[in-house]
Design a protein around this ligand. Sequence first.
Ligand code: ATP
Ligand code: MG
Length: 280
Amino acid sequence: MVANPSILFPDAAAQAGAVSQAQHSERLLAVDSVNLEYRTRERIVRATHNVSFDVYGGDRFVLLGPSGCGKSTLLKAVAGFIAPHSGTISLDGEPVRGPGADRIVVFQEFDQLPPWKTVQQNVMFPLRTAKKLGRAEAKERALHYLEKVGLAAFADAYPHTLSGGMKQRVAIARALAMEPRVLLMDEPFAALDALTRRKMQEELLRLWEETHFTLLFVTHSIEEALVVGNRILLLSPHPGRVRAELNSHQYSHDSFGRIDFQRSVAHIHRLLFGETEAAQ
Ligand SMILES: Nc1ncnc2c1ncn2[C@@H]1O[C@H](COP(=O)(O)OP(=O)(O)OP(=O)(O)O)[C@@H](O)[C@H]1O
Ligand SMILES: [Mg+2]
C-alpha cells in the first residue's frame, strides 16, 4: 500500500517490533483508496487522492502534512460528516455511512462546549443523548473522566471561566467518556501556548497509557507527530496524497534534544518539502 516503514528509519529492530505489535492487534479502521472532493458552483476541489491507511487497536495514528493536504477532510470523512467520492472507509469491517458515537472528534477551537452548560453538564450531555445513559450513571462517568483530566474541581464551572487549555481538557474528557472505538483529534493543541501544548501532549499520552484507546490525530507539527504518534502517515498537498508511512513509537518528550530525534525531524521534513527547504 505505502512504503515499508523500515526503509524510512534505520532503527530496523525497533521498527520490526512496532509493526508486529500492530499486526497482533485487530484492525479497527480501514481507509482504502479514498478520494475526497468539495464541489462548489464554480469548480471541484479534490482534497485527497487515493489515500489508504489502516489503524489498529491501541494505535496513536497521526496524519501529518502541510496546510491543504486534506488532514481535516480525511478526519471529517472518518467521522462520517462527508462521504468519499470513491474508495471506502470502514470501522470494524462495516462501511462508515454517517456520524456515530463510535467516533468522537475533538477540534482545535476552544468554543466546542455549549456555554450555557456547566463543565459536568457538557460531559454528561452526549452520554445522555447518544449513549442513552441514565442521569446517575452519566454523572458518575462524567466525574470519572473529569478527574482523569484533572478538572473534577471545576465540574460546576461554566466554560467561559476556563482557560483555553482547560476547555480542551473538558472536550477531551467529554470525548473519552463516550468510550469511542476511535478518538479523532484535529490539531487539538495548535491554538495553545507552547508550554500548555507540551503539558497537554504529556497528559494525552498519560491517559493513553491508562486505557490504550485508539487515536487518530491530525497535526502539521513534525515534533508533535513524533511525540504523540506511534505511526505517522505523511501527506503532501493539492490534492492530499500519501508520501510515506512510518513508525515513531520510540520517541517521547525526552527525545527532543537527541540526535536521532533531530535526524527523524529532518528526514520527515525532506520527505514533505524536499532537500532544499530542509537545508535552509
Ligand atoms: N468547504 C470547502 N470547500 C471547498 N474546498 C475546501 C473546503 N474545505 C477544504 N477545502 C479544500 O480541500 C483541501 C484540503 O483541505 P483541508 O482543510 O482538509 O486541509 P488540512 O490539511 O486540514 O489543512 P490545514 O493544516 O490548513 O488545516 C484544500 O485544498 C482546501 O482548500
Ligand atoms: Mg485542517
